[in-house]
Design a protein around this ligand. Structure first.
Ligand SMILES: [Zn+2]
Length: 1095
């Protein structure tokens, strides 16, 4: 059994889709086609998938993909008991993250003494990078000199760099922001920048000394005998002062300081260019402009004598500065990939191909492997052995988005109908028929590519093989030639062996004082009247099959009978919230078209009915309970849309108290801020999952509402949380309504179970995302929409084979919007390697960061954030040190050498480390942190990419008639010109920054005022002016919003205005006020860590 290494002939699945007899055309994603349900399902002798795993028939050994879990998971309690672990802070039923945190003791993988640098050539031979290998070397000039300088303590806010073993090994970044205690309940969320100015942090404190860069300078020659951990005061690593010969030896190639070298063909020494396609190297493999060893090399920003944004006094012994232009630039990498890979379609026929970056626009042609829109991997070439994997420390993970929406040019997965017999599966491991299955014995049997079991081909599926051993109908069958497709599921795949009813949506509206006062209820009811015409439906359907119901609540719940035969809606009040029941069945869930008049009447009446309410208290758990019971009574799955304003303090199950305590930040108890304060919501979530009840929560808090607890049910049911702090209709209605419309209309799979099977040798061991697990293999999703991803980590349980590679199959069983039960299958084949260099050539840093962020964000539930940060830093250093040791060309220890495809790992990782979860600034509330933490858990790779490294777009640099998106600049203050305006976005926030010296004409064109001083700071809407600049900027804002899954509210920020503080938080290459390191500083720190590991 082996997987095709080359692209098979182009199958006849070119777009537009032809109609294949026997296949139901997919109606998913708006494609019209036959959606007729088979009238009956025949018996299927497979197990009831997902819900319980029955032993395969006639099988003597367990399939590898469902084998004995590792010790850490084998003991995990199942079923009910598994919920107990949530109280320990673990959302999923995988191995606890403590296990992960323990797996990375410093230097563990590097315990064996390393060969000294001089012997590296010999050592390197087996892994010598082939000519195509890319690697990046950075000469950290500042780290190589001034060994004589006494270590300078880092300035406040920059915790690493102390020459003590503790600091250098842990890389701690103590949070020592300049701000005092944050007034509880008076949070100014980042998204509410127009809020009261009084709560804003003061202006930036005085710039610290530039001494932050002198800590690396303390790196001196290491004593040869020093092998253990360093003692305080001891130096380590680093070549002697006389080392920097590779700086001064390259005068002939000196580039203009500040020139971006990445990707620019320049005058390069021929001896090195073959090594670095696409990435130009200087002599000695260092990149960046060569400079003479002077303190203040010419800089593109003459006013800034040193790098970074903090000019400082000259050092006693002038160290050479690391030029920010000389270190790997995310902008350049993104541009290069767009230029190199954006024009050709990505054809998935070849195993182990690394797809273009998520920031590149490209088309995908499915020729046997799932599109990267569905699955992205941290590496497309995985080590054959677990020893190699441990040595490299590169996490092996896949970020899977099973219901991802596709661009119109790409076809949705075909729906295959095998009729009564259902989909064909391996008898042993239950993997579904896929292109990697090998047909043998003239087509009468097939060997499973996952477990090697030989299976009989049922007579109705038999087909002859051609001379190459391929079935002659291969290209007529999606399941034999495509990476992604769907099967119609038979009744055996349905809960209780019953065809499911169409799902229902229940709108549950808080009508307490706050909700009424802000105008929320009126706005929402008005919107629902028209929005309900846009419920999701199957492609060809005239109307949505989804039924709807309404509940309002404060301390008690009000159910509404909106039966079409009624003249007026009827309200039923349930005040016994401790024992929630649904007071009516008939008339609660209705078809919108049948009951339109009654529903319209109800939506008109609700704001009036409660207009003079004085009730300020709310319940929350009983609301979810009621919605779930209603779905249960109607025997259907569905979604609750809950619109909620306050901490539920009314006497009821799930009652909460205000436990916000910012004093816990940076203590061992900080994790409790992320944990739910009661177990009641986990139990409720479990019931919801069993019912297929997904919960979407819209929060409108004026103060702390304990998002960590309120988001438990949405998180465990595959739902979404939206938060609009200090909601005001006039300022926030566009954002709220835009999110609501998208949320209500988006395609959702209900009552879903996802299973990832793998070929022998690796196994899915851990899962991250918004879902529930009651065993170690099945990801249960009450609902799953096209924005949600599930990240899966793999571990070796045996040796892999280079020839056969490694295979993944993700199977998602779900109920469609019309109530059809389906299986969506995604297959992906990866290469396997025996050389570490192959691993490092086929990694995807954006996906690595997605995994590492999720790993870290789960880690904070159990461990102090400092421990989590240290773990990330250590892992990153180990990844890069392993490359340096095994794959890089010999070079001076003073050089930082990064693998080409991981050259952005340090900058991106630093952004994760500086994020509000791991290093909160003073303006970030506990609720903000809990909110962002759960958002990131379900993000796809494109979303984490821009979230951690925001896009900064200059608006007046390119010609005004140029309507394409302007090229981004690096997220650093020194890239801002005060004569320009910029847009910055990270998927959640959107800023328009206006420089103080911007031309008056520009100000007039955009803001319709005559001078900079007249621009209203905090403005959230640009005036609609009919001039080219205004049209262009507003068009660009619309286009950025359209690219993101949540509406980004605009905030206009003026240079030197106090709101600028919020904006600067997103300039992630700079040092942050909360103590996060600048990119340059972090790179130096990472270099130090790597050298320590290697010495
Ligand atoms: Zn099998």
């Amino acid at each position: 059994m082996s997987v095709n290494q080359s692209a098979p002939p182009v199958p006849p699945f070119e777009q537009p889709q032809p109609i294949y007899p026997g296949y139901h055309q997919s109606s998913y994603g708006g494609q019209p086609g036959s959606t007729a349900l088979p009238t009956h399902y025949g018996a299927y002798n497979g197990p009831v998938p997902g819900y319980q795993q029955t032993p395969p028939q006639g099988v003597s050994r367990a399939p590898p993909s469902s084998g004995v879990p590792p010790a850490s998971t084998a003991s995990a309690p199942c079923g009910q008991a598994a919920y107990g672990q949530f109280s320990q802070g673990d959302v999923q039923n995988g191995p606890s993250s403590t296990v992960h945190l323990q797996r990375l003791p410093g230097s563990q993988q590097f315990g064996s003494p390393l060969a000294p640098v001089v012997s590296q050539p010999a050592l390197l031979q087996p892994y010598g990078p082939p000519p195509t290998s890319g690697q990046v070397t950075a000469q950290l000039a500042g780290m190589q000199i001034s060994g004589a300088v006494a270590p300078v303590p880092p300035p406040s806010g920059l915790g690493y760099g102390l020459p003590t073993p503790l600091a250098s090994a842990s890389g701690s970044f103590p949070n020592s922001g300049p701000y005092g205690p944050y007034p509880q309940g008076q949070a100014l969320p980042r998204s509410q920048a127009q809020g009261p100015p009084g709560v804003l942090p003061p202006q930036r404190s005085a710039p610290p000394l530039a001494s932050n860069f002198t800590s690396p300078a303390s790196v001196g020659p290491r004593m040869p005998s020093m092998t253990g951990p360093l003692l305080p005061g001891q130096d380590f690593g680093g070549p002697p002062v006389s080392q920097p010969n590779h700086v001064s030896s390259t005068p002939s190639q000196a580039l203009t300081p500040g020139t971006q070298i990445t990707g620019h063909p320049g005058p390069l020494p021929p001896m090195h260019s073959p090594q670095q396609p696409g990435y130009q190297l200087q002599q000695n493999g260092s990149f960046g402009p060569a400079r003479s060893p002077q303190a203040n090399y010419g800089s593109p920003y003459p006013a800034t004598p040193t790098f970074g944004s903090q000019p400082g006094p000259p050092q006693p012994l002038p160290p050479k500065r690391l030029d920010p232009d000389a270190i790997p630039s995310p902008i350049q990498v993104i541009e290069d990939d767009r230029n190199n890979r954006g024009s050709e379609p990505f054809v998935t026929g070849i195993r182990g191909q690394v797809p273009p970056l998520v920031t590149t626009n490209f088309l995908v042609k499915d020729q046997g492997n799932a599109s990267p829109r569905y699955i992205r991997c941290t590496s497309y070439n995985i080590p054959c052995t677990s020893d190699m994997a441990k040595q490299a420390q590169v996490p092996l993970a896949a970020v899977i988005k099973p219901l991802a929406s596709l661009p119109p040019e790409e076809a949705s997965p075909y729906v295959v109908d095998h009729g009564e017999s259902g989909p064909l599966r391996c008898n042993r491991c239950k993997a579904y028929m896929c292109p990697f299955m090998q047909f043998i014995e003239g087509g009468r049997r097939f060997q499973c590519c996952f477990c090697s079991c030989i299976n009989d081909v049922p007579p109705q599926y038999f087909q002859h093989l051609d001379h190459t051993g391929k079935r002659v109908d291969t290209y007529d069958r999606p399941e034999l030639s495509m990476g992604s497709y769907e099967f119609l599921a038979t009744v055996d795949y349905c809960k209780n062996n019953k065809i499911p009813s169409p799902p229902a949506f229940i709108f549950m509206i808080d009508v307490s004082y706050n909700a009424i006062r802000t105008g929320l209820v009126k706005l929402l009811c008005e919107e629902l009247k028209s929005l309900l015409d846009y419920l999701p439906r199957e492609g060809g359907a005239e109307e949505s099959a989804i039924r709807i119901g309404f509940v309002t609540y404060n301390k008690v719940l009000h159910f509404y009978n909106v039966k079409s035969s009624l003249a007026q809606p009827q309200m039923m009040v349930v005040s016994d919230v401790a024992d929630m029941f649904v007071p009516l069945l008939d008339g609660f869930l209705v078809n919108i078209n049948e009951s339109r008049a009654v529903i319209t009447s109800l939506l008109d009446q609700i704001p009036e009915m409660f207009s003079d309410t004085r009730e300020t208290e709310t319940v929350f758990a009983p609301v979810i309970q009621a919605g779930m019971e209603a779905l249960k009574a109607a025997e259907c799955s569905g979604k609750l849309f809950i619109f909620h304003t306050s901490l539920p303090i009314a006497e009821a199950p799930g009652k909460l108290k205000n436990r916000d305590d910012r004093k816990l930040i940076n203590t061992d108890k900080e994790k409790t801020l992320f944990q739910p304060q009661t177990g009641a919501y986990q139990s409720l979530a479990k019931e919801c999952v069993a019912q297929g009840c997904c919960v979407d929560l819209f929060l409108f808090p004026n103060q702390y509402v304990d998002v960590a607890t309120l988001s438990v049910v949405p998180q465990l049911t595959g739902g979404s949380v939206y938060k609009y702090a200090c909601f005001q209709v006039e300022n926030d209605q566009e954002r709220f309504l835009s999110d609501l419309r998208r949320d209500v209309q988006k395609v959702v799979g209900f009552d879903a179970v996802m299973r990832v099977r793998t070929s022998t040798g690796i196994r899915a061991v851990d899962f991250f995302g918004a879902f529930y697990m009651s065993n170690t293999t099945d990801v249960e999703l009450a609902g799953l929409d096209g924005d949600k991803t599930v990240t899966v980590e793999f571990k070796h349980d045996d040796r892999l084979n280079e020839e056969s590679g490694a295979l993944l199959q993700c199977a998602l069983l779900y109920t469609s919007c019309a109530g059809q039960r389906r299986l969506r299958i995604h297959n992906l084949a990866l290469n396997c390697c025996t050389q570490l260099a192959d691993l490092y050539r086929n990694c995807e840093t954006d996906t690595l960061i997605n995994y590492m962020a999720k790993f870290a964000y789960r880690g904070v539930l159990n461990s102090p954030v400092k421990t989590v940060r240290d773990t990330l830093i250590t892992q990153c250093a180990q990844i890069l040190a392993c490359y340096r040791k095994n794959c890089a060309s010999p070079s001076s220890a003073g050089q930082l050498i990064l693998p080409e495809c991981m050259k952005l790992l340090p900058v991106y990782l630093n952004c994760v480390l500086k994020s509000d979860i791991l290093q909160p600034g003073a303006e970030v509330t506990t609720d903000d942190r809990a909110y962002v933490r759960q958002l990131v858990t379900s993000m796809d790779v494109a979303e984490t990419n821009v979230f951690f490294y925001p896009r900064l777009l200059p608006l007046t640099k390119s010609p005004i008639e140029n309507t394409t998106e302007p090229p981004a600049v690096r997220a650093s203050e020194e890239r801002l010109s005060n004569g320009d305006i910029y847009l910055l976005e990270n998927g959640l926030n959107l800023f328009l920054w206006v420089g103080a010296s911007v031309q008056q004409g520009v100000v007039q064109s955009l803001f319709n005022v005559s001078s900079f001083s007249q621009i209203t700071s905090g403005l959230s809407v640009l005036p609609i002016l009919d001039n080219p600049l205004s049209n262009k900027v507003r068009g660009l804002i619309d286009s950025l919003r359209a690219q993101r899954s949540r509406y980004m509210k605009l905030i206009v920020v003026k240079q030197e205005d106090k709101l600028e503080m919020l904006f600067k938080h997103f300039l992630v290459e700079d040092k942050s006020l909360s103590g996060g390191a600048s990119y340059v500083d972090f790179l130096c720190h990472m270099h130090k860590e790597i050298r320590q590991l290697l010495s």
